[in-house]
Design a binder for this molecule. Sequence first.
Ligand SMILES: O=P(O)(O)OC[C@H]1O[C@](O)(CO)[C@@H](O)[C@@H]1O
Length: 506
Amino acid sequence: MRTERDWQSLIRHGERLRGTPLRTLVQADPGRAKAMALRVGPIYANFARQHVDGDADAALLDFARAADVEAALARLFDGGIVNVTEQRPALHSALRGDIGAGEPVAQARALVADARARMDALHAELAAGDVTDVVSVGIGGSDLGPRLAVDALKDFADGRFRVHFLANVDGSAAQHLLRGLDPARTAAILVSKSFGTEETLLNGAILRDWLGGGERLYAVSANVERAAAFGVDGARLLPMWDWVGGRYSLWSAVGFGIQLAIGREGFDRLLAGAAGMDAHARHTPVESNLIVRHALTALWNRVAMARPTAAVVPYDQRLALLPAFLQQLVMESLGKSVREDGSPVPVPTSPVVWGGPGTDVQHSFFQALHQGTDVVPVEFIGVAKPAHPHAANHRSLLANLLAQAQALCEGEDGDDPARHYPGGRPSTVILLDELSPNALGGLLALYEHSVYLQGVLVGIDPFDQWGVELGKRLAAGVRPALAGEGGVLADAVTAELVERIRAHAG
Ligand SMILES: O=P(O)(O)OC[C@H]1O[C@](O)(CO)[C@@H](O)[C@@H]1O
């Protein structure tokens, strides 16, 4: 656990640096552009426009060493109990490579190999039939990662299946999706680790009825009994395990939809990219470890510079869903107020993560980034090589990315206050050589491990999500009231709102 003194050192460096404009730091040292950059395989990251100097950097690295991040990474990969409140390991790395050691990891890997073989068999069975469309039904971690990967990698689709996603319990989502599909040529995969998630069960029931039975109904779950009770044949059930967190699960059978979209080889390359990042995380000293640098930068902005939000802006339409994926990964993992031992966290935790694809968002929220009263650190993501022939568009896209990052940092003085750009707004630029399955795998693994280390640095459990439970419990009481079947609702405001809804629900 961290001590107050450690935090004070970072906070003091933050206060000191507030007196030195970011652009002064950047302009004073032309070597910074190269010195503060790292490359891991197809992923290059440049931190030169973070508001950090040599002394602050040294303090951050000291902080990481004092928290023994290397041992923490070894603990993660080797199956240590890193999910303390649930007393579990978090073995997502065992889904994609052979980085870890020890008996729990070996056992996990054997289960994973078996699951992959079953995925291949079901894939072959589906491919041999006349199914053209597959609907992956799930929410949160059982949706966001696979949905992002299928969308981001559509240039790599083998064309055999169209893969769709259904998450929201709003019936409009199911209605609009199914309107365009033929039940005779559609299969559904119900993806739910718990098989107890209300949204997935309700949408799953719509799909089961619409398909006319369980013949083309598949599931991925750790709860075999509940899936069977729902009507899923054991032969069409793929496994999940409690040692894989939902938001870290796209590499498992939860990503079956990804395999159906881009083929077994494409899925393998996605996993290989993540495994490459695992190896980098495990074997690279802290000062040149991209994961450590990324995590320390996030910690710096949140704690030392007290930035309450963080924006993610991919300049690539194929990564439009990345901000939504990162919202769950970061905010469900780090949105905690107590440490593993139950004591209050002495510093602010998860930033509010938000964002959208450039250049679109330049025409919506960038005004506030440039001239608003809050400083928002931005993570820009660009892809060097396009997957289309429109070279002029691609140059424009990347020119905008580079110009925005420069403008946010440098600003521009103006006599007219309305036209003055204060600058001093930090950003990181991440460049992928191309948006391949391998590069996407590496990028997502980078974020996973950075979030884990941010949890370690703060002392919280990044693998639980108890905060989501209360609302779910209360919804169970409100539902009958909405149907007019409930008793008296204890909360007067909720009761009033129920009455208003019932007056118009029809
Ligand atoms: O896979 P399941 O069990 O349906 O859970 C879906 C999602 O719900 C959550 O538990 C949050 O409500 C997430 O952590 C999880 O990814």
